[in-house]
Structure formats: structure tokens, C-alpha cells
Design a protein around this ligand. Sequence first.
Ligand SMILES: [Ca+2]
Ligand SMILES: [Ca+2]
Length: 262
Amino acid sequence: MTSSHGFASVVGVCAAVVLTAPAAAPQEVPPTGGGVFRECDACPEMVVMPGGQLALGRYEVTVGEYEAFASAAGGGAGGGCYVATSAGWQPDEPATWRSPGFSQSDRHPVVCVSWHDAQQYATWLSRTTGATYRLPGEGEWGQAARGSGGGCDVNGADADLMPYLNRRIGGSWAYPDGDGPSCASSDGSLFTASVGSYGSNRLGLADMVGNVWEWMDVHGVFRGGSWGTGAKDLHPDAHNAHPPGDRLSNVGFRVARTLIEP
Ligand SMILES: [Ca+2]
Ligand SMILES: [Ca+2]
């Protein structure tokens, strides 16, 4: 799902930021911000936020990570999923996180997971690790998505950075990537992109804006925009909501881990 259309330059620009980030190898939880750790083989990589009280998932939870939960706990089955059609977003009964209507690898962000599914994943992860995993609070997530400076960070005021994330290019969600007349280059992905394809922000977090919307700890709220969001609507404050039982093929999540109880 990637194309060579401008994609190499996207990776190249963002790679400089990635190189300044800490190594991704699992390690003990460090006391200060910036460290990366993973608490089990199937667990998400986590990045310690400044102050050392909170860690956030480096990436959106992937299909492979969700598979470990689904295999162990039977989560997320049935119920259908809202998918993009030529008639807009429509419920599709056979669609699931395993088959969301487009091709995904284990490294793509899981979609077609409801807020309840995401909560159950976090509960399972907490039980598996003995740690406190949960969905991020809006304040925690917003601070991590904004406020961290340049590099591959994005805000609505800096149009130059808009190629460096996965969003909708052109006038419709199905517009072939790279053919949008208003865009200098393709972002390389029509639907979801493999997590981290566009580099990380200066806190070491990838795809906070774009790729997939991310469920918050508030019932049914998600933030950050997705592959189906056009550039003008795509920024850290992008905010939407659905009933918490709904599944959508442009909504996933990342987890938070409490390191020190406030
Ligand atoms: Ca795209
Ligand atoms: Ca995202």
C-alpha cells in the first residue's frame, strides 16, 4: 500500500528525528522521560513522557498486538464495522478487525475495534503484565500530540509538515493517493499505514495525528484524525465521538501506562 511517489523523502526527513529517539530495545522502566520499554513480547512499545509519571504507546496498537489479546481472551469478535463506501460511512456486518475492507499487515494499526474492545484490551494487558494500562486521557494525549516542538510534529498552522503523516489526499476518501491536485506529493498510503511509517514526534510518538483516530478514556471519544481525514481537518485537537459499541475502519487506539500514581 505504499508507493514510491514521494515516500522516500518523507521517510528521509522524519528519520533524522527518529535517530535522536532512544533505542527501542526492551529495558527497565527509566525514571525520567524519553525511555522506551516493552513489558512482554506481545506488548506495545511504550515511551516515558517528561516527568516520568506516564508512558504512552509509541505507536497505535497494531493488528499483531491485538491478535495476542484476541487469541488469549477472545476479544473483538462479531458486530460488524462501519466502512467507507461511495455512499459514505456504512455499517458492514461481515467486516471485522481481521478484515476491515482493505489489506493490513501485523504492523498496521488495528481498526474496527470499539471503545469497549479497546478497554478490554487494556484490561487484558494490565492483567498480563501486572501493570496499569488504560486508554489515554484527553489532556495527556493532547499534550503529547501538541507541545513537543518541530520535527515531524504537526499542527494546523504548519502546512509544510502535512505530507509527513497519513491522511486523506484529494477530495474523497477513495481518491487515489498522490493524485490530489493540491498536494505536492503522496503520503504513500490510501488506507492505514504500517505504524511509524512517518517518523516520530520529539516525544518519540508516531502517528499521533492521522493514520487512525484513537479512542480516549472518555466514553466514545476519539482524537487526532485518520487516513480518511483531509488535511484542513487534521490537527492534534481533531475530535470526534461515536457510541462506544461502534466499530469503524478508521478508528483504533493506543494505550497509556501509569508509572507513578499521582
Ligand atoms: Ca493517505
Ligand atoms: Ca493516530
